[in-house]
Design a protein around this ligand. Structure first.
Ligand code: IPE
Ligand code: IPE
Ligand code: MG
Length: 238
């Protein structure tokens, strides 16, 4: 089967899933973190090389203070616990997003996780924390503008590659498949530049309930897609 090299996931529905069971939203976030552990193993076993998950968006600060701080606590623990798991499973971890507003504790957990796992050659795992595509493109634009203002480059010279190389995702290929759980069919500011030709897959399953069978179903749907990248299939030629 044609397995996507890079799968990006908008893990959505933690809160609604918890509420359906009469539990607080935070319970859903904790179970959502466990679902990430499982999907890392499943993705690796299925031959996926890159997995990029949306953990916290630049817009998620709008949530109630208590939920934001619970999410930050869970993220910190995940970043810390991920070191041992990643070393055991040869996983390289990276974090994308604007680190400016993150706490010192989270920043040092990110540095440690990225540093310790940087030579691992297995699954390439990227966590998007305080990530927003518009913010990422804005930051890249500032870098280019500074280069142009200082005369290092001229505005006419700017290429797509120069933009891509200033995005947080500069070291990872574009996603082949984007999965969003819990039924909403939108991108919510995730990897807008990178998903120009990504196949989109939406499922009603809530993130904490997303399991290996659900991942296999998404991959099977991907395998049946016809990716043309604006061109034609060979047999469509005159
Ligand atoms: C996804 O679940 C996790 C984050 C966005 C942090 P949600 O918290 O968005 O859960 P719902 O969508 O409200 O159910
Ligand atoms: C997208 O989910 C962000 C993450 C999964 C981290 P949201 O729940 O924040 O998206 P909207 O608000 O439904 O678009
Ligand atoms: Mg949501």
């Amino acid at each position: 089967m044609n397995v996507p090299q890079h799968v990006a996931i908008i893990l959505d529905g933690n809160g609604r899933w918890a509420k359906e069971q009469g539990k607080p939203r935070t319970y859903g976030h904790k179970q959502g973190a466990l679902a990430v552990h499982r999907i890392l193993e499943d993705a690796d076993a299925l031959g996926i090389k890159y997995l990029t998950v949306y953990a916290f968006s630049t817009e998620n600060w709008k949530r109630p203070k208590a939920e934001v701080s619970a999410l930050m606590q869970i993220l910190k623990k995940e970043l810390e616990d991920n070191v041992a798991r990643s070393m055991k499973n040869n996983i390289r971890c990276r974090v994308i997003g604007d680190r400016g507003p993150l706490s010192k504790g989270i920043l040092s957990a990110i540095d440690r996780l990225e540093g310790e796992t940087k030579n691992n050659t297995g699954l390439q795992f990227t966590l998007a924390i305080n990530y927003g595509s518009r913010d990422e493109i804005t930051r890249a634009t500032r870098l280019l503008a500074a280069d142009a203002a200082s005369g290092r480059i001229s505005a006419e010279e700017i290429t797509e590659e120069m933009i891509a190389s200033r995005l947080d995702t500069k070291d990872i290929p574009d996603p082949d498949l984007l999965i969003r759980t819990m039924g909403d069919q939108r991108i919510s500011n995730y990897l807008l530049w990178q998903c120009a030709y990504t196949e989109l897959y939406f499922t009603d399953t809530a993130w904490p309930a997303f399991d290996r069978a659900a991942l296999e179903k998404a991959i099977a749907a991907y395998a049946g897609r016809d990716r043309r990248f604006g061109g034609l299939k060979e047999k469509e030629e005159d």
